[in-house]
Design a protein around this ligand. Structure first.
Ligand SMILES: Nc1ncnc2c1ncn2[C@@H]1O[C@H](COP(=O)(O)OP(=O)(O)OP(=O)(O)O)[C@@H](O)[C@H]1O
Ligand SMILES: Nc1ncnc2c1ncn2[C@@H]1O[C@H](COP(=O)(O)OP(=O)(O)OP(=O)(O)O)[C@@H](O)[C@H]1O
Ligand SMILES: [Mg+2]
Ligand SMILES: [Mg+2]
Lengths: 165, 159, 159, 165
């Protein structure tokens, strides 16, 4: 399974659609302070079903939608899609490509889509079960969060081992 | 469930000890279950001892030593169960030059099975990446992404 | 007591707004007492708005923007009441190249009245220091300190 | 007032006496990970009366005393001295030089000395009162702690303003 593309529209500081094509190996993302790098990582975490706006550095879920600038008005919804290539079928679906989308409107309504067909979060979580992908998994390490793996209490450290079991 | 957890725990434990030795060029580190009789609830104890130093509590490690130990554990877990992709946001920030090199060498090995996306400000990390994207806010408050280096270009680059 | 607090609070507030503008080359920031009627217990609200961006909660700022805003506040307090010395441990770690320069420029101004001791891994910060000490552990586990640059040498250095 | 010298013996990773001469302006301290840079900043904070071993990254106060290596035995006590030049008398004492020392024995006994004369911590705290020097003051910012100035709750932010008043 390969993450081929991240598409972001209306999420945090992305009022214009952005597509990031990915390939195997190591991809670097660089840029000045405050330009939107960590917002990309937040977009992926959100798309995979993150429910806590605090983990996404916001005060309410609405903070995930582009809030406007001096020159631009706020946008009414945010949408993030992750496109996976499923050639050697790791994901339990018949498709060779799997597209996961999450959308949020200012009204608070939030949709999930699997290959453009509306679904519930549960279906997405089940799809990625046991692959190491997901908002809890060890595959997303936020800025300044690497030390938390060694976190203070031994019982808090279990989760990374459970994910890998 | 229990067997599965124990099985992967022991694999991670063995790899962690060896990754730690690679990273610190010596010393030793190991993982222990705080309550081996209750595998499904037990916490995990991490003991790390950089080379030449006495065994101490994790809290006495330096900022860079802690980050390196945490990365060693993360990489051990990824080695046992490779996640398809992994996004790391400035995990190289507190590493000195030598430790950064060791981290990047190990990352290259793991990137055969796992796709890595690294957000970074460090030059050496940028040079290790095959593909490079830049993010800017030419228009204040509006993020745009553009490609700095495509996959096949990596070989052509004059260093 | 109350007058003293209010007096210094207003001085810090004015300076903070201007240091923030220097650091971010625009935008605005200000301090507010959460409960002006109870000066001796009131909390302090910090509002920061980088240039071109909408007014938001501090939590939405990036890692580097937060550090820069915190440094602006620290420097404002030091300007109002210069501490004789100040030890800063890797406070430059999340700043990009441009912000690092702005930080160092301001540090130089403040260092006329306050002695600064900076622990750092950044080259530009090392170059700004008049005196430089290196710490090593040639013998593992044993820290030794040696002088890399004496005060008068700074001028002789070829850049 | 100028901090002229930091002397460290037996504190954390310093089994051999170390003297750091300081001058006005900016002094840099550099070195590889784990070599002992932050331990110098901890030494100063401890000398000025820090009581919390947690703030000093230890589990008990005894962690402040050199604990030995493969080649060296643990040491029985730790001692840190700060030498201030008091030429334009900011500190309320007749001396032109003020030397503050803190010592800790494995037994738990801890001494403070002012110009080599035993004193209580209270005398040191009073000496530096209202100068901006001290363990609570804004003059010591630990590794990774700069963001705490903007800390989560408004009522926690007061302390830096009180110090400056
Ligand atoms: N809902 C939103 N609408 C508009 N802009 C937003 C929104 N949420 C966050 N932002 C902006 O995104 C910026 C932060 O971006 P981000 O944290 O990704 O920066 P970064 O590139 O990671 O920087 P650093 O190198 O400092 O970590 C903030 O300046 C903030 O104003
Ligand atoms: N009581 C003690 N006895 C011996 N060594 C100690 C003691 N307390 C701490 N140390 C050692 O000090 C080291 C940490 O030093 P310190 O935190 O100053 O490093 P640093 O130079 O700041 O590194 P970094 O650049 O990673 O932040 C640890 O490796 C630890 O083993
Ligand atoms: Mg960031
Ligand atoms: Mg340190």
């Amino acid at each position: 399974m390969l993450l081929k593309k991240i598409e972001i529209y209306g999420f945090k500081s992305f009022p214009q659609k952005v597509e990031i094509e990915l390939s195997p190996g190591i991809t670097g993302i660089i840029g000045p302070n405050g330009c939107g790098k960590s917002n990309i990582s937040d977009a992926v975490r959100w798309c995979l079903g993150e429910q806590s706006f605090k983990t996404l550095r916001g005060n309410q879920m609405e903070d995930m939608i582009f809030n406007g600038t001096d020159q631009r008005k706020p946008i009414s919804f945010a949408e993030v899609s992750l496109l996976f290539d499923n050639l050697d079928p790791e994901l339990n679906v018949d498709y060779t490509e799997v597209n996961v989308t999450r959308r949020l409107f200012r009204s608070g309504e939030s949709d999930y889509l699997l290959n453009k067909v509306p679904c519930r979060l549960k279906e997405i979580t089940e799809l990625f079960h046991d692959t190491g992908v997901g908002k809890e998994a060890y595959s997303l390490i936020g800025q300044g969060k690497i030390d938390q793996i060694l976190s203070a209490r031994p019982e808090d450290r279990r989760s990374i081992f459970e994910e890998a079991a | 469930m229990k067997e599965k957890f124990l099985d992967s725990f022991h694999q991670i434990k063995t790899i962690f000890s060896s990754v730690f030795k690679d990273f610190f060029e010596g010393g030793r580190a190991y993982l222990k279950l705080t309550d081996p009789n209750d595998v499904l609830e037990s916490g995990v104890e991490i003991i790390a001892q950089p080379p030449g130093k006495k065994l101490q509590n994790l809290s006495l490690l330096s900022g860079g030593e802690k980050a390196l130990t945490a990365i060693a554990l993360l990489f051990s877990v990824i080695k046992v169960k490779p996640a398809p992709f992994c996004i790391l946001d400035e995990i190289d920030v507190s590493l000195d030059g030598m430790n950064l090199k060791r981290f990047l060498n190990y990352l290259k090995v793991l990137s055969d099975n796992t796709q890595f996306i690294l957000i970074t400000h460090r030059r050496k990390t940028m040079e290790t990446a095959g593909v490079l994207y830049g993010v800017t806010m030419e228009e204040p408050g509006v993020s745009k992404v553009f490609s700095l280096r495509l996959p096949e270009e990596k070989d052509k680059r004059v260093s």
